[in-house]
Design a protein around this ligand. Sequence first.
Ligand SMILES: Cc1ncc(COP(=O)(O)O)c(C=O)c1O
Length: 410
Amino acid sequence: MEKDTIVISKGYDPLKYNGAVKPPIFLTSTYKFKSAEEGESFIRVALGLDKGEGGFVYSRFSNPNFDIVEERLSLLEGAKSAAVFCSGMAAITSTLLAFVKNGDYIFYTNPLYGGTEFLFKEFFEKMGVSTLHVNAGSESPKLMESMINSYKGKLKGKSVILYIETPANPNNVMVDLGAIVKIRDKLIKEGINAKVFVDNTFMGPIFQSPLEQKVDIVLYSATKFIGGHSDVIAGAVLGSEEDISKIKGIRGMIGTNGNPFDSWLMARSLETVHIRMQRQMENAKKIAEFLSKHPKVDRVIYPELYDKKSEQYRIYKKQCKGPGSLMSFYIKGGKKEAFKFLNNIKLCKLAVSLGGTESLIEHPKAMTHSEVDENTLKDAEITDNMIRLSVGIENYQDLINDLKSALDKI
Ligand SMILES: Cc1ncc(COP(=O)(O)O)c(C=O)c1O
């Protein structure tokens, strides 16, 4: 079966539930055991004390609605296993807590989503984990390798996470995942415990499959394209059975699990993720083209518009199946002009977040990335005149008319 069929037909069998074509929402916190022996064994498996089949115990550990999304997402992404969370940040935090402790290292590409950057600096650094970045882009693997080399003596016996967001939020710059995987393999050969984590929120699950490039873990803000309707906050992590079971252990311990209704919404939304993302991408191509020719726009960053001879274009063609529907662009002028433009937008929603059916537009420096320090913003070209646009499924001509009339007001 193809993936667009899988997401509708797998993970749930109506005949097990009175023929209900759509899954019920399992609003239960706890589950009845057939016997005390079964209860004992299910609990040991849920806590990771024993390996084996297991079963439902308590909805902090698992729930049938989590299982449906986890199975559908795993099949879509080509992963062995998945875990759903109550937010993208919960997914990122729980995953890192499963693998790093005081004294370990996270090497990452800048920019990341502002909340992730903040988490690294305000939480993991204070926990004693070193978080060090290089600029995202074609040079990232080279820069990251030389930064790691300068720390080599200190890495023995440590966990080292290579954390990548590609395309990066908000500047749409790409990092070559195959080249990052080679750095991890070299570290492993030298006896260093290294893993590659990729935040695939911008392109996944349709236009980019990092596990095909042999990364270890894929992370999502499922609030975005997976949820797809701006009505749920959720997260997901995918990877090997061993890694996901470790992450689920942390999830159950600290309670960052998803909830049944949000998981039901995600399973429902996954059925349309192909057609939503396809339509959003088709709209985005036309809008990027329009913006790139507008006299009040300085520059548009969108994969289809990368210089065809550039390394960024080579990476895009190698690891993505399409350009997606996010773009950033720079208005001619500064903050005053950017705000004037945003204040005159009528159809697109002036709001943070992305990946919904409606178009969402925002000012990264003042909004999604406001907690990021000046130098980091400068390195990632997150400037006063930068705008981020997430294109929805509206009629593209209406969107162009909206953007045009707001640009005309500057
Ligand atoms: C790339 C990326 N990763 C992670 C997150 C955090 O996800 P959530 O808001 O679902 O916690 C976001 C949120 O905007 C994001 O854009």
